[in-house]
Design a protein around this ligand. Sequence first.
Ligand code: NAG
Ligand code: NAG
Ligand code: NAG
Ligand code: NAG
Length: 243
Amino acid sequence: MVAIPTLVATIAGTFCSSFPGLCTQPGGCDLSGISMPLSPDQQTALGLPTTPLAAIGLGFGVQNYTCSADNVFVSTGAVGEVFDISCLASSNSSLLSTIHDDLFSFWYSSETGNVTVQQLIETLPNTVVSNAILGQHYFIDNGAGGISPVWDSRAIPQFQGVADAVFVGNVVANTPDANPTENVSWLHLVKVSGNLADEVYRAFTAGGIPPSTCVSGTTQDISVKYVSQYWFFGGSLGLGSPC
Ligand SMILES: *[C@@H]1O[C@H](CO)[C@@H](O)[C@H](O)[C@H]1NC(C)=O
Ligand SMILES: *[C@@H]1O[C@H](CO)[C@@H](O)[C@H](O)[C@H]1NC(C)=O
Ligand SMILES: *[C@@H]1O[C@H](CO)[C@@H](O)[C@H](O)[C@H]1NC(C)=O
Ligand SMILES: *[C@@H]1O[C@H](CO)[C@@H](O)[C@H](O)[C@H]1NC(C)=O
């Protein structure tokens, strides 16, 4: 068996060579010519952003579920690492239609099978991709009996020590993926707190759907691998600007 640190380093190296440009991009690329390629139906369902595009992220990780009393899985949150694909997209916007599926294939490959997203989150910035990371995605207790999704950029080089470089969001609209039995739905979130962004869209998803049934009290909690693009709009901190 290969030691986990070695495996993670290998995965990071493979990852960077599989997606040319992702790990060496300079940051601060011009996104003025790019808009989210949503269909008219998706625009209607999600609503259009009201603030300028700041950055495009590509996240991978797991969606977590627990078995409810109704014998169906319900979401208990997610954890993910988000890469900055703004410069890739500004140099070649056509890859936006495939990069999430490409990363999904990689994330589901046997090579990554023994590695958790937490191990990659801890290791990737120290290996080869620190400038390519936009932040981490996770959930926090919202103090009202529920959980809220967070995108946290406080650890990236651009925002060291900037306490409000986070986006805590609230889902205001959603629409199913074209392949809803395999891919999690697309979302429009607006800011609850933080100044990283005013709006975030989860779009172009791959994976993350749990089995359709479970047995309450018997089926264990599960984590389902997923990949998604995250589009960040607005924000007062200059996300996506040169450091
Ligand atoms: C994953 O773990 C299994 C069981 O320990 C081992 O046989 C396999 O070689 C590991 N895969 C990699 C890529 O290290
Ligand atoms: C999701 O599950 C993973 C284990 O697969 C765990 O490490 C992580 O803390 C969980 N996160 C949330 C928000 O439930
Ligand atoms: C742009 O990306 C697409 C999809 O990945 C790829 O097929 C094409 O070769 C790329 N174009 C250039 C100029 O790199
Ligand atoms: C998700 O959607 C894409 C694009 O429609 C599709 O190719 C893919 O098979 C779906 N499922 C997964 C797990 O990516």
